[in-house]
Design a protein around this ligand. Structure first.
Ligand code: SAH
Length: 323
């Protein structure tokens, strides 16, 4: 199978008209790339803190669509069809007085298309912990304490994000053999899996997103962790009373929470109940501008003693001990 990618260079103001013109040709699945900043409303959504800063918006907008061709279709027939689309877009440009459109195309052979993304995922280290996708072998001569196998998928937590790395480092530093771990916002399960491979006795993980829970279950299995050593729950750590009951009934040695600051803040007021005396709270997902908010929230909880604020790029991990 041959894939082609067609790209139209236009402007943000004309993007809707160009997209509508493409629909006339039955092209509904398009990719739009521009540097328009998110609105405040969009920024308030869950993951806006994770969105990268964009370069300045100069109004340029790229609209792409992909086509899969049967190898039996003659190149001439294909060209004719695409030329027809270009022609139609040119007419739209003239009729509506759009800024000049530019076209480009590239062919992606199916091998590339299916495997190219894998190039971005190579084995890497967080301290002495190796994290790798399942399709990569352990590099020869590599020295490591343990290996976490995680494939990128539908849940956050490949280990490449600074916040995950900060939490893993915290676990490495504070966790003792046989400890119990509560993992709030487990995503791919990477932190619980890492903790168990590093010697934790038991991990209790939770995520609000059922899809993440399914991915985490699969990842525990892929890493050969026996089902008696963990439990994965689904729910909202701020709202579900049954989770609150479960975590308070089974206080852990380590509570790790890599969620956004807006969740960590209220969590700091209650998480002492999820910890044994002397237990450690490791939090991240905290963008630098929210560091003080979390430090204040931890200090406001009389049962917590602030231990450390660790920096990784623009991100912070705030660590506290249950008195
Ligand atoms: N622990 C992983 C994933 C962190 S991403 C890692 O460190 O890489 C944060 C995760 O928290 C997401 O999977 C998200 O679905 C989950 N989450 C966000 N808000 C939550 C809430 N209120 N309760 C439970 N999980 C939540």
């Amino acid at each position: 199978m041959i894939w082609s990618k067609y790209t139209i260079k236009t402007t943000t103001k004309d993007a809707d008209l160009v997209s509508a013109a493409l629909m006339d040709y039955g092209i509904f699945d398009i990719q739009i790339e521009n540097n328009v900043q998110l609105t405040d409303e969009e920024m308030n959504q869950m993951y806006a803190d994770f969105v990268k800063e964009l370069p300045e918006d100069d109004g340029t907008c790229f609209i792409s669509f992909f086509e899969e061709f049967d190898e039996e279709e003659s190149p001439e027939a294909r060209k004719l069809r695409i030329d027809g689309i270009w022609q139609g877009l040119k007419e739209t440009e003239e009729t509506f007085g759009l800024d000049p459109l530019e076209f480009s195309s590239e062919t992606l052979d199916s091998e590339d298309w299916e495997n190219k993304w894998k190039e971005y995922f190579k084995p890497f280290f967080v301290d002495d912990v190796m994290i790798k996708p399942t399709w990569e072998a352990i590099p020869e001569g590599a020295e490591y304490s343990t290996v976490i196998n995680i494939d990128p998928g539908m849940a956050f937590g490949t280990g490449m994000h600074e916040t995950t790395r900060l939490c893993l480092k915290g676990i490495r530093k504070y966790m003792k053999e046989g400890d119990t771990v509560t993992d709030l916002g487990c995503g791919s399960g990477i932190l619980s899996i890492g903790a168990l491979l590093l010697g934790a006795g038991y991990a209790r993980a939770v995520d609000i997103d059922p899809q993440a829970v399914a991915v985490a279950e699969e990842n525990f299995d892929v890493n050969g962790i026996s089902p008696e050593r963990f439990e994965i729950l689904t729910g909202n750590v701020l709202k579900d009373d049954s989770l609150d009951e479960t975590f308070s009934a089974h206080p852990a040695d380590i509570v790790v929470a890599n969620i956004l600051a807006d969740v960590i803040e209220p969590l700091s007021a209650v998480c002492d109940r999820y910890l044994k005396a002397g237990g450690i709270f490791i939090s991240s997902g905290i963008i630098d501008s929210k560091e003080q908010l979390i430090v204040d929230a931890v200090n406001a909880n009389p049962n917590l003693e602030l231990l450390d604020v660790v920096r990784g790029g623009d991100w912070r991990s705030v660590i506290a001990r249950r008195r």
